[in-house]
Design a protein around this ligand. Sequence first.
Ligand code: PLP
Length: 404
Amino acid sequence: LDYHPTGRHFLQIPGPSPVPDRILRAMSLPTIDHRGPEFGALGLRVLKGIQQIFQTRHPVAIYPASGTGAWEAALANVLSPGDHVLMYETGHFATLWNKMATRLGVKTEFLGLPGVEGWRRGVQAHLIEERLRADKEHSIKAVCVVHNETSTGATSNILAVRRAIDAARHPALLLVDSISGLASAEYKHDEWGVDVTVSGSQKGLMLPPGISFNALSPKALEASRTARLPKSFWAWDEIVEMNKTGYWPYTPNTNLLYGLAEACDMLLDPAFGGLQGVFARHQRWAEGVRAAVRAWGLEIQVTETATQSPVLTGVVMPEGVDADAVRKLIYERFDLSLGTGLGKVKGRMFRIGHLGDCNDLTLMAALSGCEMGLKLSGVKLAGSGVAAAMEYFAGHPAPVALQK
Ligand code: PLP
C-alpha cells in the first residue's frame, strides 16, 4: 500500500486530504511523556494555534477522536434528556448528526426543504427564524447546522443563522459543524456568535484523521454546568481546567499534536497571506474546478452559486449514468480517488475535493483523470473541462504565493 510503482496516489476526496511532507516529518518525532515538562509547552502551543484558526479567544477542547466524537461531545455537554433541538437538513452529514442526537435521547426537529431540494442549497436561515418565532415558550434549546456540507458541497452562511436567532429574540444555543469547512472556508467562531463549533483534523488542517475539536463560547460553558446528558470522556470542565497548563486529563494524541503545531504554523504563516491567503487559495481552486464542470456541460450539485463550496464540488451525472461506476473506472485506470455520493444522492453524483495540500497542477491532474474517465464511461461531454480549468488558472494568478 505504501508503494505505488506509478507515482503518488491522487487522494482527491473531500477529506481525508493529502498530508504534506512537512507535517508527516513533524509527526515522525518520538512520542514524549504526556505528563513531562516538554509536553506542556507543546500543549500550550497547539491550543493557542487552534484558537487562531477558529478565530476565537475562548477555549477549544481537543479530543483524540474522529469528528463524530466531537459531534457527540457538543451535544452531550450542553443538552439534557428530552431537550428539544432544531436541526437543519443540508445533506448526509446533517442527517447523521440528527440521527445521533435522537440516539442520545434528545427530541430533534429536522427542518429543511422536501426531497433533494435542500441538498442543492445551504441553510435557509429564514426558515429557522420563522420556526424560532413560533416557539414562544422557548422550548428549543439548540439550533444545529452544518457549515460546509461535505456530501453536497454547500457552504452555508452561518452569520445569517446567528442573525435569524437574534431576530427571533430566541435564547437557543447555536451549534455548528465545520468539520470540513475549518481552515479552508472562512470561519469566525466569536464574531459569528457560535456557541460550539465542531471540527476535525483530516480536512483543511491537512492532518491524518484522529483528533477533533469543540470550540466553545462562555454561554456554552455555562450551559454545560447544568446540562444532564451523561458525559465523562467528553466533559469540557476537566479538559479546559488542565489545558490551562498545556495538559489533558487523559493521554492525548501526541504525534497528531506535533502535526497540528506544524499545520497551524503553515496555515497562519504571514508570508503566504495567513488565513485570508488560505481562504483565497481555496476559492480560486474551486472556481477552476467549477469552470471545468461547466465546460463538460455537467450540473453542479449545489445550484445556489453563493453557496458553492470552496472545499469540494459535487458533479451530477446525466440520467442513466451511475456515478459510482465512473468513480470505480477512474480509480482503477488512473489511481485517483474521488468522493462517492452519500445518502439521497448515492449514484447520482461524485465529489471532487479541492482542499488542503493542493495546487493548480495537482488539480489539473485530477481534472484530467475525471475527463478521461467520463469519456471512457461513455458520458457525452459538451467540451473540455481540462482546457477550461487551464484557462482559468493561467488567466487568474493566485493572489498570494501557492507554496507552503
Ligand atoms: N461532519 C462532516 C461535515 C463531515 O464531513 C464528516 C466526515 O467527513 C463528519 C461530520 C464525520 O466526521 P468523522 O468521519 O471524522 O467522524
